[in-house]
Design a protein around this ligand. Structure first.
Ligand code: HEC
Length: 302
C-alpha cells in the first residue's frame, strides 16, 4: 500500500517536472507499472473498506446473540470493552473519570485542581526508545564508526559518482574533448582518421589538398578565425554563422573533430597548386605549437 502511495506521489511530481505535460509521462517505459500499481492501490483500499464494514456487521450480530443468551439465562449482560477502549486504556493508563477522586491532589487554584495520573505509557516508552536509540547511535556512529555520518555519506556518494565518470571516460576516451582541452595529435592512426573525415566531408569545399574553393585555403598561414588547434576545433565544432561553414559538432564526435583539425594543421605550408589567395590575418603559432606542427608534417609526408 505504501508503494502505491509513493507511486501516486511520483506520478504527480513527474508530471510537474515536465511542466505538467502528460505526453512525457506516456512515453515513460514504466507507465504500465504505474497504472497497475495505482490500480492495485485503489483496489486494496476498497477491499479494506469492505472488510472493515463486514467486521462491524459481525460484531453487531455477535453482540445481539450474546444479549439474547444472557436474557434467556436471566443474567445481566455485560459488554466486553471494545478493542479501541482496550487500546486507549493500554496506551494512556488514565484513571477513569468516575474514579478520579482517588488521584485528585489536595490543592485547589481558584477551582482548578490537579490529577495525579501516571505518565502515559505511550509517552514513557517513546522516551525509553529514544534513550536506547541514543546509546545505539552514539556507539555506532561515534565510537565504533561502523555507520557513516551524513558528511561521510555525502563523500561516499561523490566518490561513487566520480568513479562512474572515470569509468565512462575510460570506456569512451575523447568524448570529453572540447575547444579548451583539444590537443594537436600527431599519431598516424589519428591523422589518417582525420584525413578520411576531411576527404569525405570537407574536401568538397576546401579541396582534397586543402587549397580552398568555396571555403578558404587551409594550407597557408592566414586565417579568418585563428590558426591554433583550438581555433580550428572551434570553427569545425560550431561552424561560422551565415556562411557555408556549418557546425559539425552534432555529426562528428569530439575525437574525430580533434583528428580532422590536426590533419588540417598538417597541411600547413604544403602550398598546393592553384591554391586560393590568403584570407584573414597572418597567424604565427607559439613556439611549442610550431614544433608540434613540424612533427606533424614529417609524419604526414611519411
Ligand atoms: C559547404 C562548404 C564547406 C564544408 C563542407 C566545410 N567548410 Fe570549412 N569553411 C567553409 C567556408 C565558406 C568557410 C569560411 C567561413 C567564413 O567566411 O568565415 C570555412 C571556414 C573553415 C575554417 C576557418 C578558416 C579560417 O580562415 O579561419 C576551417 C578551419 C574550416 N572551414 C575547416 C573545415 C573542416 C575541417 C571541414 C570538414 C569537417 C569543413 N571546413 C567543411 C565551407 C565549408
Amino acid at each position: 500500500m505504501i508503494s502505491g502511495v509513493l507511486t501516486f506521489l511520483s506520478i504527480g511530481s513527474y508530471a510537474q517536472d515536465n511542466n505538467g505535460s502528460i505526453s512525457a509521462l506516456l512515453q515513460d517505459p514504466l507507465i504500465l507499472f504505474y497504472i497497475t500499481a495505482g490500480f492495485l492501490f485503489v483496489v486494496s483500499l476498497l477491499v479494506i473498506a469492505v472488510a472493515l464494514y463486514m467486521l462491524q456487521v459481525l460484531r453487531h450480530m455477535a453482540r445481539n446473540a450474546a444479549m439474547e443468551r444472557a436474557e434467556k439465562l436471566g443474567i445481566e449482560y455485560k459488554e466486553e470493552p471494545s478493542l479501541w477502549a482496550k487500546f486507549d486504556k493500554w496506551t494512556t493508563d488514565a484513571v477513569p473519570i468516575e474514579k478520579e477522586a482517588t488521584v485528585m491532589l489536595d490543592h485547589n487554584y481558584d477551582g482548578i485542581r490537579e490529577l495525579d495520573n501516571h505518565l502515559p505509557p505511550w509517552w514513557k516508552w517513546l522516551l525509553y526508545g529514544t534513550i536506547i536509540w541514543a546509546v545505539f547511535y552514539m556507539i555506532a556512529y561515534h565510537v565504533t564508526n561502523s555507520l557513516p555520518l551524513s558528511i561521510q555519506e555525502y563523500d561516499n556518494e561523490v566518490a561513487y559518482a566520480e568513479e562512474q565518470v572515470r569509468k565512462l571516460q575510460a570506456a569512451n576516451p575523447g568524448a570529453q574533448i572540447d575547444e579548451s582541452t583539444v590537443q594537436l595529435v600527431t599519431d598516424a592512426v589519428a591523422l589518417s582518421d582525420g584525413k578520411s573525415t576531411f576527404n569525405n566531408i570537407c574536401a568538397s569545399c576546401h579541396r582534397p589538398d586543402g587549397g580552398g574553393d568555396i571555403g578558404p585555403n587551409l594550407t597557408d598561414q592566414y586565417w579568418k578565425h585563428g590558426g591554433s588547434i583550438q581555433d580550428i576545433f572551434k570553427v569545425v565544432k560550431n561552424g561560422v554563422p551565415n556562411t557555408n561553414m556549418v557546425a559539425w559538432g552534432g555529426a562528428l564526435s569530439p575525437e574525430k573533430m580533434q583528428n580532422v583539425a590536426s590533419y588540417v594543421l598538417s597541411l600547413q605550408g604544403s602550398n598546393p597548386a592553384n591554391g586560393k589567395a590568403p584570407e584573414g590575418d597572418l597567424f604565427v603559432p607559439k613556439a611549442e605549437e610550431k614544433v608540434a606542427s613540424d612533427s606533424l608534417k614529417t609524419q604526414a609526408s611519411l
